[in-house]
Design a protein around this ligand. Structure first.
Ligand code: NAD
Length: 518
């Protein structure tokens, strides 16, 4: 099957829609099944299960997923430990082959996986297929890192009879814990990074998106990864997540999710002994709009980043600083574009905005709207959506506020919802100062055609992923090998990025090997 690529994503045609619809029809026919854990190469069904519902139609049961328990986590870690030495000792080229096979299988299932993401996460068709495509590219790009670095073995300078090699080696068994919003891509990326480096994995998907997690286990199983190399334990953060966190038997922990859980893992996992933790966390991503900008591009880029996927991207634009000279014009464009967004069933062809993920997300949205109304001016949205298609799903309307106090929580807290506070500024200095006034530092964007302002922004902005004049997304959108994606400050722990050239090496430690010849 032909892979959907970065380039072909820009022009999805009728063939794509018909393939997606066929896959969606098939996937809908197999909802409401029971799913097992994947442990030591076996499918293990538990008596106790949790239910997974469609967020666009909350009465629709998608599946019943086995509730992993502490004992399952212990078994999975033991299986991964058993499998480690054989996997480590494989030639790195063989590990690459296994992972490439998984990428092929993912390609064969690309429309089915996209349909599952639409039902499980509420992603529109474009977002869903883009995530599958990104997952495939992540495997291929990370595999390439091993090839380009020839398995990370480097001969160092020879000194007399001493010749030393620097060799990067895996740590052992890693926990991989992923969030709900990119359940396939982030799980695939983190697991592929760990596996290619020679580690074995115990993976826990988000309990809001276990289906895509189980699909990943099916793919690794079919790709022929040796038993125990990859294990998947579905269940809650409180039980499965905590069991991983409290296990003294893991050698590393890679996490993507909220700052709250990420910080907990960063502190608690290393309490027992020193082990690596890679944590990618939340964001409060600013966009800046200056007078020389193309305002239509700026408004389009902000709308896409702020409201795409209901603001449920870590890179979502969640505050905007607009120069006073163009404030009125920009706001008019922004409101106009926002009012045209099609909200509804994400499975429909022309839907831009689907539902939020669950009841807690609605509560967070409501809290943000109450706060915005209490402290500032409601510019757009905020009312209940009318229409029977919205009755049974977690749908909300995008909402825009301005005239908020500079120190308002609206500019500080990650709400993970389509809520956008805007502030008027008098200069770029002021905009950058306010943009940097955040504990987070994930993404940031600017719209300006002044080269001096562009330079100042890139010099001074404190964020790991930065963009200028991006109509397709002011602060969102990254692709393996095209944009590295990692956070500064409270947004990320390692100073290195996913999707970037240093990713796989983070799962390895260096050994210096000196041989003295006769
Ligand atoms: P979350 O932190 O609530 O959950 C993430 C994962 O942690 C889930 O699998 C959850 O079950 C697990 N978990 C919960 N409690 C745990 C515990 N005590 N121990 C171990 N694991 C536990 O995040 P979410 O709501 O699923 O995702 C949204 C968050 O993720 C946002 O903050 C978003 O910004 C962030 N995110 C960041 C990136 C990035 O690359 N920086 C990407 C996507 C999402």
């Amino acid at each position: 099957m032909e892979k959907i690529t970065y380039a072909s994503l820009a022009s999805l045609d009728e063939t794509f829609h018909s393939d997606f619809e066929t896959a969606l029809h098939r996937v809908r026919q197999r909802i409401d099944r029971g799913y097992p854990l994947y442990l030591n190469g076996q499918w293990v069904k538990k008596r106790s299960a949790f239910k997974n519902f469609n967020p666009a139609e909350s009465a629709q049961l998608l599946g019943r997923f086995s509730s992993g328990e502490v004992v399952d986590v212990a078994r999975a870690i033991a299986a991964a430990r058993n499998a480690f030495s054989a996997w480590r000792d494989l030639n790195w080229k063989e590990r690459v082959q296994h992972l490439r096979r998984a990428a092929e299988l993912m390609t064969q299932r690309q429309f089915e996986l996209a349909a599952i993401l639409t039902l499980e996460v509420g992603k529109n068709r474009f977002e869903a297929i883009a995530e599958v495509s990104e997952s495939i590219e992540l495997i291929l790009y990370y595999a390439q890192q091993l090839e380009q670095n020839e398995g990370f073995e480097v001969s160092l300078v020879k000194k007399g009879r001493e010749q030393t090699k620097s060799v990067l080696k895996p740590y052992g068994v890693w926990a991989v814990v992923s969030p709900f919003n990119f359940p396939l891509a982030l799980a695939t990326g983190m697991a592929a990074g760990a596996l290619l480096a020679g580690n074995t994995v115990v993976f826990k998907p988000s309990s809001d998106t276990p289906w895509s997690g189980v699909c990943l286990a099916e793919i690794f199983h079919e790709a022929g990864l040796p038993s125990g190399t990859f294990n998947c334990i579905t269940g809650s953060g409180a039980v499965v997540g905590s069991a991983l966190l409290n296990s003294g038997d893991l050698d590393g922990f890679v996490f993507t999710g909220s700052k709250e859980i990420g910080f907990k893992i960063l502190t608690e996992f290393r309490k027992q002994h020193q082990r690596p933790v890679i944590a990618e966390m939340g964001g409060k991503n600013p966009a800046i709009v200056m007078p020389s900008a193309n305002l239509d591009d700026a408004a389009e880029g902000v709308v896409r980043s702020a409201f795409g996927m209901g603001g449920q991207k870590c890179s979502a634009c969640s505050r905007v600083y607009v120069h006073e000279k163009i404030y009125g014009d920009f706001m008019q464009l922004l409101v106009n574009k926002t009012s045209k967004l099609k909200i509804g069933d994400p499975a429909e062809k022309d839907t831009f905005l689907g539902p939020l993920i669950n009841k807690s997300a609605i509560k967070r949205y409501d809290r943000a709207v109450r706060l915005g109304k209490a402290e500032g001016r409601l510019v757009y949205g905020g009312g209940a959506l009318k229409g029977k298609e919205f009755k049974h799903g977690f749908f909300v309307s995008p909402v825009i506020f301005d005239k908020l106090p500079q120190d308002s929580k609206m500019f500080q807290e990650e709400f993970f919802a389509p809520v956008l506070p805007i502030a008027k500024v008098r200069s770029l200095d002021e905009a950058v100062r306010l943009a940097n006034k955040s504990e987070y530092g994930l993404t940031a964007g600017i719209f300006t055609n002044d080269p001096g302002e562009q330079k100042q922004f890139f010099n001074q902005i404190e964020a790991g992923v930065t963009y200028c004049n991006r109509r397709g997304g002011a602060t969102t959108g990254a692709w393996p090998g095209v944009q590295s994606f990692g956070g500064w400050g409270a947004s990320g722990s390692s100073g290195k990025s996913a999707l970037g050239p240093y990713y796989v090496s983070q799962f390895m430690r260096e050994q210096s090997q000196t041989i003295v010849s006769k």
